[in-house]
Design a protein around this ligand. Structure first.
Ligand SMILES: [Fe+2]
Ligand SMILES: [Fe+2]
Length: 173
């Protein structure tokens, strides 16, 4: 595994954590339900910690950020605001879908690093911690999914496609 691959991992994770921050920020601006808002604020604060870590790693390893940052900011904030404007159910459905993709994303990076770069122990352990946080976000969000609706199903599908697309693009540019 080359240095370039580690750079890709750092770049896409930085973009992802930044995207997460903006999604939750968009939700916090629009959510009305006080209880859901409290939960989202807690998730948001964890995303800020994740982001801080990748900002630091980017500096140390001299990784350039994705050039799509302004675009992802707009997409993230819009998705967050839109889902929260529909209600706490939709906001949580959005979170459930995002974190479901991120769970698999981190899991595959961890598998890859453990095989190819077992010396990157600090990075691997951090990814494991972050992955546990993201799974926790997904599981909390899933408790809101008591009444499935076609709208929520469509929203989840669209969000998953969007996140997967964002991941594959942000690795490269
Ligand atoms: Fe995160
Ligand atoms: Fe998260």
């Amino acid at each position: 595994m080359k240095k370039k691959d580690i750079h890709q991992i750092v770049r896409v994770n930085h973009a992802g954590e930044l995207g997460a921050k903006w999604i939750y920020q968009g939700q916090l601006d629009w959510i009305k339900d006080a209880q859901a808002k409290e939960i989202i604020r807690h998730m948001y604060e964890q995303e800020l910690d994740h982001l801080k870590y990748f900002e630091k790693v980017m500096q140390v390893r001299q990784v350039r950020p994705t050039i799509l940052m302004p675009f992802w900011k707009w997409v993230g904030k819009t998705a967050g605001a839109f889902s929260a404007a529909l209600g706490s159910d939709a906001a949580m459905a959005c979170t459930e879908a995002v974190e479901d993709v991120i769970d698999e994303h981190y899991a595959s990076q961890i598998r890859h690093l453990e095989k190819e770069r077992p010396d990157e122990i600090e990075l691997i352990n951090t990814l494991k911690t972050f992955r546990a946080d993201e799974c926790n976000h997904r599981d909390i969000a899933a408790t809101y999914d008591q009444s499935p609706s076609p709208l929520k199903r469509t929203l989840k599908k669209a969000v998953k496609i969007g996140v997967k697309l964002a991941i594959s693009v942000s690795k490269r540019i």
